[in-house]
Design a protein around this ligand. Structure first.
Ligand SMILES: Cc1cc2nc3c(=O)[nH]c(=O)nc-3n(C[C@H](O)[C@H](O)[C@H](O)COP(=O)(O)OP(=O)(O)OC[C@H]3O[C@@H](n4cnc5c(N)ncnc54)[C@H](O)[C@@H]3O)c2cc1C
Length: 462
């Protein structure tokens, strides 16, 4: 155990996930002395149980679909099935390489990495296995864990969370996915591509309910075509287990039988019994409350990532971690514009957005204060080549900038980078309309939508 008695570091960070490690890397880059405490694996949820392994599964799912549907493109191949241990080996290989790289990065920045369960014991102190780490500042970054519903116990076998689902070594014949948010839709998409019968149960009226309603409806249409079933506006009532599976009952009286129940009803903050309240940190429903610069009510303590009530996304954790590091190093970083954070659901088809929905724009600017245009991917050459359907929808403040961009279709997640610049730079449709987009790419659909909104559509009816 390191003897650090008397050492006062600049920053002690509790939790080495996206938020914590980004903060550590940036703080060290700015010359601060950093301690990073992690009880499990550096990289946290995103690297080991979230973004990366799920996207590897989604890529394997895309390969399965391509081989199954190759005849449509004149390519003869035979789809023989999914070898789940081999898929896992590929997925785990991706994670392992990134994990190794991240460990090397933390080491090379001379960050003091402490393995163990940490606890906040004072406004500037974290304790790990009886050893105290003192900092001018402490950053809380203990992240989140899967939630369930009251009375619904996860057994890891028939009733599972995303953590369990990522470790399965076989494809279930049938699954009920409880929760039609991002995680639920991504797993539904993977399992359908792998050959399972899938039914999503969502209590709200639409899948991906935080997205623009038009995008949710387009995803629902595409899922219906893929024979992914869903029950919308349907509340879970109970589940019975048998040796072979589950029988899920809904409040509307319906029952659905399946081999597996995935509970994807959201993630709750990891903040219990870590000393936060005792030290006086203000909390709300288990989340740590922070100001626009991620500072808590205790001036020496900041918090970032899924632990605070902002969007639960890895890149939000990165952004918050970097902002806190810069603030602690005496720079003056701007607060994050959370509407400007890109959001992607990596299902087939993908849903990607930045800015605000049409409904929110109307609340903000009034019904007559908003203009929208929807450019159908039917008019986009590359999307036709890929045989994907969907759209790029723009929401604009009347006579003002574009305030929301919403997209559905294969690979549209890659278009969100340009959408983000358009939103972030408060571009007007005319500004974007004059940019020439490469042909034939899906980015052209972004250009065409702006041409249409600027009153000069090219490959669209006026
Ligand atoms: C299935 C799934 C798919 C996802 N896909 C995406 C995606 O595609 N894109 C995206 O942007 N986001 C995605 N996310 C969300 C993303 O993973 C999280 O937003 C991100 O990991 C949050 O980072 P964090 O640092 O706040 O928390 P975490 O990554 O959870 O890290 C917290 C760390 O703190 C450690 N810790 C907790 N308590 C202690 C303690 N007492 N002492 C020491 N260490 C402690 C934990 O071990 C953990 O490593 C996904 C999440 C899931 C579950």
């Amino acid at each position: 155990m390191a003897d650090n008695a008397g050492t006062v570091y600049d920053v002690v960070i509790l939790g080495g996930g996206s938020g914590g490690y980004a903060c550590a890397l940036r703080a060290a880059q700015l010359g601060l002395q950093v301690v990073l405490v992690e009880k499990g694996e550096l990289g946290g949820t995103c690297l080991h149980r979230g973004c990366i392994p799920t996207k590897a599964l989604l890529h394997a799912a895309e390969v399965a679909d391509s081989s199954r549907e190759s005849e449509q493109f004149g390519v003869r191949s035979t789809f023989e099935g999914i070898d789940m241990p081999a898929v896992n080996e590929y997925k785990d290989g991706v994670v392992a390489r990134l994990y190794k790289g991240l460990q090397g990065l933390v080491k090379s920045r001379k960050i003091t990495y402490v393995e163990g369960i940490g606890r906040l014991v004072g406004p500037t102190t974290v304790e790990v296995d009886g050893q105290r780490y003192e900092g001018r500042h402490v950053v809380l970054a203990t992240g989140s864990a899967p939630k369930s519903l009251p009375g619904l116990e996860l057994d890891g076998r028939l009733i599972v969370s995303s953590d369990h689902a990522l470790r399965r070594d076989s494809v279930p014949a049938s699954v009920v996915v409880l929760g039609g948010g991002v995680i639920g839709c991504e797993f539904a998409s993977v399992w359908r591509s792998f050959g399972a019968e899938v039914t999503i149960v969502e209590a709200l009226p639409h899948l991906v309910p935080l997205e623009d309603e038009q995008a949710s409806k387009a995803l629902e249409r595409a899922f219906r075509k893929r024979k992914i079933g869903f029950e919308l506006g349907a509340r879970f009532a109970g589940v019975e287990k048998s040796d072979t599976g589950v029988k899920v009952s809904l409040e509307n009286g319906k029952t659905i039988e399946a081999e597996l129940l995935l509970v994807a009803v959201g993630r709750g903050p990891v903040s219990q019994e870590l000393g936060y309240e005792q030290v006086g940190v203000e909390m709300e429903r288990g989340f740590v409350k922070v100001d626009a610069h991620c500072q808590t009510n205790v001036p020496t303590i900041s918090a970032v990532g899924d632990l605070i009530p902002t969007l639960q996304l890895a890149h939000v954790g990165f952004g918050e971690g970097i902002m806190v590091a810069e603030r602690l190093a005496g720079l003056d970083p701007a607060p994050i514009d959370y509407d400007g954070v890109p959001r992607v659901t990596y299902s087939e088809p993908e849903v990607a957005s930045v800015g605000i929905t049409e409904a929110r724009a109307k609340e903000k600017y009034g019904d007559d204060g908003v203009e929208t245009v929807t450019y159908d991917l039917a008019g986009n050459g590359k999307s036709q080549i890929l045989k994907t359907a969907g759209f790029v929808k723009l929401v604009r403040q009347k006579d003002g900038p574009v305030v929301g961009i919403h997209m559905v279709g294969s690979r549209v997640g890659e278009l969100v980078a340009e959408a983000q610049l358009i939103y972030g730079w408060e571009a007007y449709p005319d500004d974007v309309a004059q940019l020439i987009h490469a042909h034939p790419t899906q980015t052209e659909a972004v250009g065409e939508a702006h041409l249409a909104l600027a009153g000069k559509p090219l490959h669209a009816h006026s």
